[in-house]
Design a protein around this ligand. Structure first.
Ligand code: ATP
Ligand code: SF4
Ligand code: MG
Length: 319
């Protein structure tokens, strides 16, 4: 029996900005089991990062979790105090972001980054922590003699490997990777994804991989959630998403993937732009861009429909 690692129920996260209330995450339901990779995909501004930050309880003001539950290993994170969250962050849930330079101290050797992280959280000697740091560097493909180098001495791809080693340092149950390869060129991007795939098997941790690019998550995701305008519009196992997707937005995103085998194909863009989240359309949020829109779509919000026990779609076409 597979064990639930994370279950999000009816989550609402809003930013109370001066210009209005931004409903960045609005009624999101999701789950993932231990050791799985969940891909979260959607256009810019669809609420992906806000969702990731909610799981760490790090949504910056004026944002706040307004409603819902985030059950991590059975514990509702929304109810925990900052003191309790400090024990979870890094140790049980860690992160990898797009730009490692903002997370690494430029004045600290990468080995010291790893050693300090381990020593702050665990009762080990410096020697033991160094031993672990070296084995982590080895796991991410960095040679041991680079332990005394500073972040600026590494290329973008190598720095991202350092970030991944740091994220793994305390053996977390869940790693949230928010656009971890977006700043890298395609070859390095592929290497980093390959590395994450290998490490996931070796350490058996769960990964939430956030990306605007569905082809990136296709490499490693077991499940995929498609986000549109603050909502999950389709959620299923990766095979169903690629072979039996139902939502018009999923269809549009998949059509927009360039196929390198077709030399002079036209790249398909999704016409229109995502709605303003301070004032989203009343009915289906995808209505203004949907080629299948019906009259009801304009008036009513589509319900979450379970076409299979683990395949959800929010669209009137399937009611
Ligand atoms: P991207 O792909 O560009 O990273 P995203 O899917 O991660 O986008 P979020 O960053 O979660 O999207 O943003 C969701 C919505 O919340 C957007 O409309 C954004 O403008 C808004 N938002 C994010 N941070 C803030 C903030 N600090 N104050 C007000 N609104 C915010
Ligand atoms: Fe399109 Fe209607 Fe489905 Fe929304 S509910 S995606 S507008 S068909
Ligand atoms: Mg983001």
């Amino acid at each position: 029996m597979e064990e639930r690692l994370l279950e999000i129920r009816n989550l609402k996260v809003y930013y109370f900005a001066r210009s209005g209330v931004v409903r960045a995450v609005d009624n999101v339901d999701l789950f993932m089991n231990k050791g799985e990779t969940l891909g979260v995909v959607g256009e810019s501004g669809s609420g992906k990062s806000t969702l990731g930050l909610s799981i760490l309880k790090l949504v910056p003001p004026p944002g706040r979790i307004v409603d819902g539950k985030i059950l991590f290993d059975g514990i509702d994170i929304t109810k925990l105090s900052e003191e309790e969250m400090v024990k979870i962050r890094g140790k049980r849930i860690s992160t990898v972001f797009q730009d490692p330079m903002t997370s690494l101290n430029p004045l600290m050797k990468i080995g010291d980054h790893l050693i300090e992280t381990i020593m702050v959280h665990e009762d080990v000697t410096r020697e033991e922590a160094k031993e672990r740091a070296l084995s982590l560097l080895d796991a991410v493909g960095i040679l041991p003699d680079r332990i005394n180098d500073y972040p600026h001495q590494f290329s973008g791809g190598m720095r991202q490997r350092v970030m991944i080693a740091l994220a793994l340092a305390l053996n977390p149950d869940l790693v949230i990777a928010d656009e971890p390869t977006t700043a890298l060129d395609v070859i390095i991007q592929a290497q980093i994804l390959e590395l994450m795939k290998r490490l996931k098997k070796r350490y058996n941790m769960g990964i939430i991989l956030i990306s605007h690019d569905i082809s990136v998550v296709s490499e490693i995701a077991d499940r995929i959630a498609l986000m549109y305008a603050g909502q999950v519009v389709e959620f299923a196992d990766a095979i169903s998403i690629f072979e039996k997707h139902l939502h018009p937005y999923t269809e549009a995103l998949l059509r927009a993937i360039p196929n390198i085998e077709l030399a002079d194909q036209e790249l398909v863009y999704i016409p229109g732009s995502p709605p303003d989240l301070t004032n989203p359309p009343k009915g289906c949020r995808f209505y203004p861009r949907c080629p299948y829109a019906m009259d009801i779509c304009k008036r009513k919000e589509p319900p979450a429909i379970k076409v299979k026990p683990e395949h959800m779609v929010k669209c009137f076409k399937y009611q």
